[in-house]
Structures are given as structure tokens and as C-alpha cells.
Design a binder for this molecule. Structure first.
Ligand code: FES
Length: 377
């Protein structure tokens, strides 16, 4: 059990991962590599109950994501209820399935905001990274979003294979009328961790990209906001993951499991509550799993005596588990971590351009079942 639990506020941000089904196969997907083992989706009634209970606790923002949330035929029903309850609603989509008719229905249901993902500014790389021919479709969907009058966030995950296109990505987003462009450096979890040797950029790539982003930021300030989310491997500073475990962010997986972040289910020894049998309030306030890493009382050295412990809360528990095989350890991106060498070594290999030992693995149910069969998911 972790630190003393004081002043636990409500889960302000509810992320409803409606399904792990997805027509795309992105090599950096953050869905767990064992997603094929969790394909029993909550039904409409189940999701409606989650929406109502989370809102009653004080949640204000609701993101509908996946997988691809457009694959849920009841999405309009869920959005309408979330809107009625008073959430600010956000759809995170690859664009596949967002036809004009469904866009109109979602607008009528009260959807506030759409985040559209692109993989790159070039058809070739977009389609390669998603393992689908979706570039043209995404361009059409961007116009549909604008036609409905929604503010559009374009999201592009950055890595070694598209980092050098950042200027063209910004110009594409501007031409398509995005109000916000999120240039999110890959976080090395799940499928991205499997593919890290292909995806980790060099420091020179990052610095060049950041300088380009800064230049455009001034040029476009009156019509588009640019966010460049820095990568923690190169920063050498642990991030305050999900703004603090169980502090404001509640993810609900397709099968109704409540998690404090996308990937926490992999952590050994923690049993995350199912919202099929638990209320949101019980899960959030009373479950051992949500309380385990709240605060700082769970920390051991070097975190326990670190002057920055309140600031970064020891970094990311999932990253500590993935890279140090110990979820209670300091996040290895921190220079004080005894396992910091694994991060330095990954960056060194990226700098040296060492060839990846195996080909890119694209996210799909077959690859997921193979992970499960090998027992390394
Ligand atoms: Fe799980 Fe950071 S992603 S705690």
C-alpha cells in the first residue's frame, strides 16, 4: 500500500476507450500489446452507467477513444448522454468511419471537439506507418470536421521516421484548417516499445524539429496553436505521469476495467477494479490499486529523499516496470535511477544509427495473440 491518501479529488478527465478494434495497425499504438485478451466490450448500458457515475463524482471532460471509437455503433447515443450530463466531449479518431452522415449525427448529439490523427504529411509514410491506405481519407475527414464547425486538433506522433517532415506536417495542418496541432513525441510503451529501435530519434533530429516548430509557432500564432510534447528519453527528466496516479485521470478500458493510465494493467500485484461489478466511486476512492501509488509514501530511494519528488512523483510507474522490472523504482529516465543506463543505452544506439534487430511489428490482433502465446505480453 502506498502513501497516506489525503484530499483525493474527483476524476476530472474520463477517457472512455470504447473498443480495441481498429482498422489501422500503427507501429507506435499505445494500446496494450495483449489487447486481444481483453476484447469483451462493455455494452451501451454499461457505458451509460460509467458516464453518469463519473459525472456525478465531478468529471468534466470525456474523451471517446479506442482503438477506433467510430466502430461503436452506439457512439452517437453515448455522446448524446455525455452532452446531456454536461461533459465537454472529445472524439479521438483516425478518421475511419467518420462519414458525413455520422459527423452530422455526432454534431446533433452535441459532440464538442474532434482530434484527428495523421501519421505523417506524406501519403507514403502515413500509409506505411498505419499499414493502411488512409491518407486521402484523413484529408477528406479533416474537411468534414471543418464543415461541421468543430474545432480540430490534429495529432501526429513524432519519431525517427517522420521527425524530419515536421515543417511539412505543420503546413498540412494549417492548410486543413486545424486550430491545434499536437506534435507528440513517441512515448515508448506497448507497441512503440516493441518498435523502439526503429522509432527513437537522434538528438540532432529533435533539436532541428523543435527549432522548426518554434519558427512556425510565431508565424501561425493567430490561427493555430502548436504543441510539441518533448520526449522523456532525451530530456533526462521524469514526467509527472498522468499528472499524478489517480489524481485526475480515469481511463476505462473496453471491457470496463478502471485504470489510472492506459497501460497500468500490466503492473504485477495490482488488481484493477471492473466497473461491471464496482461503482466508479468505489474504484476511484476505495480500490487498493488506485490508492497504491497516490502521494509519495510508497517511494523508496532515490525518490524518497529527492527534492523533486513532489514535482515529478518519481516519474511513470509503467515505465519503471517496463525498464527496471520494478514498478516501485525510480523511473529510469531519471539520471538518479540506478537503471538510467538502459535509457542512455537506447539513446546511444539511436545516435549511432544501429540497425534494429527485427522488423517493425504492426499492431493487429494476430500480432497481439502471438505476444500472448509467447507469454511476453
Ligand atoms: Fe502508467 Fe505512467 S503510463 S503510470
Amino acid at each position: 500500500m502506498g502513501g497516506a491518501v489525503v484530499n483525493v479529488g474527483p476524476p476530472l478527465w474520463l477517457l472512455a476507450e470504447l473498443t480495441y478494434r481498429c482498422p489501422l495497425h500503427c507501429a507506435f499504438c499505445y494500446n496494450p500489446v495483449d489487447f486481444a485478451a481483453h476484447d469483451d466490450e462493455l455494452d451501451t448500458e454499461g457505458w451509460l452507467r460509467v458516464l453518469r457515475e463519473a459525472r456525478a463524482l465531478g468529471a468534466v471532460q470525456c474523451g471517446f477513444s479506442g482503438g477506433e471509437p467510430m466502430l461503436r455503433e452506439d457512439l452517437e447515443v453515448l455522446v448524446a448522454e455525455a452532452h446531456r450530463l454536461g461533459y465537454y466531449t472529445n472524439l479521438l479518431t483516425s478518421g475511419v468511419g467518420l462519414t458525413e452522415a455520422r459527423a452530422q449525427a455526432l454534431k446533433a448529439a452535441g459532440l464538442d471537439h474532434v482530434q484527428l490523427s495523421f501519421q505523417d504529411s506524406t501519403r507514403e509514410m502515413n500509409d506505411f506507418l498505419s499499414h493502411t491506405r488512409t491518407f486521402e481519407l484523413k484529408n477528406r475527414v479533416a474537411r468534414t470536421i471543418k464543415d461541421q464547425g468543430w474545432p480540430m486538433v490534429m495529432n501526429v506522433v513524432l519519431h525517427r521516421l517522420n521527425m524530419d517532415h515536421v515543417g511539412r506536417i505543420i503546413e498540412m495542418a494549417d492548410a486543413l484548417g486545424a486550430e491545434y496541432l499536437e506534435l507528440a513525441n513517441t512515448q515508448y510503451y506497448s507497441w512503440a516499445l516493441e518498435n523502439r529501435e526503429h522509432l527513437l530519434p537522434t538528438r540532432a533530429q529533435l533539436q532541428a524539429a523543435e527549432a522548426i516548430v518554434d519558427g512556425y509557432r510565431k508565424q501561425l500564432e493567430d490561427r493555430m496553436r502548436l504543441f510539441f510534447v518533448a520526449p522523456d528519453y532525451h530530456e533526462g527528466r521524469p514526467k509527472k505521469c498522468v499528472n499524478g496516479w489517480g489524481s485526475m485521470f480515469l481511463t476505462v478500458t473496453p471491457d470496463g476495467t478502471a485504470l489510472p493510465c492506459h497501460t497500468a494493467r500490466m503492473l504485477p500485484g495490482l488488481e484493477f477494479p471492473s466497473l461491471r461489478t464496482s461503482s466508479v466511486a468505489e474504484a476511484w476512492f476505495a480500490s487498493e490499486a488506485f490508492n497504491h501509488y497516490r502521494g509519495t509514501g510508497w517511494m523508496k530511494e532515490p525518490c524518497a529523499s529527492c527534492e523533486r519528488k513532489e514535482e515529478d512523483l518519481g516519474g511513470c510507474r509503467c515505465q519503471a516496470y517496463m525498464l527496471a522490472q520494478d514498478a516501485d523504482a525510480a523511473d529510469p529516465v531519471c539520471p538518479k535511477s540506478p537503471r538510467h543506463g538502459v535509457v542512455l543505452d537506447a539513446v546511444r544506439r539511436a545516435e549511432a544509427g544501429e540497425v534494429a534487430a527485427r522488423p517493425l511489428v504492426f499492431r493487429d490482433p494476430k500480432a497481439s495473440r502471438e505476444f500472448l502465446a509467447r507469454g511476453d505480453a
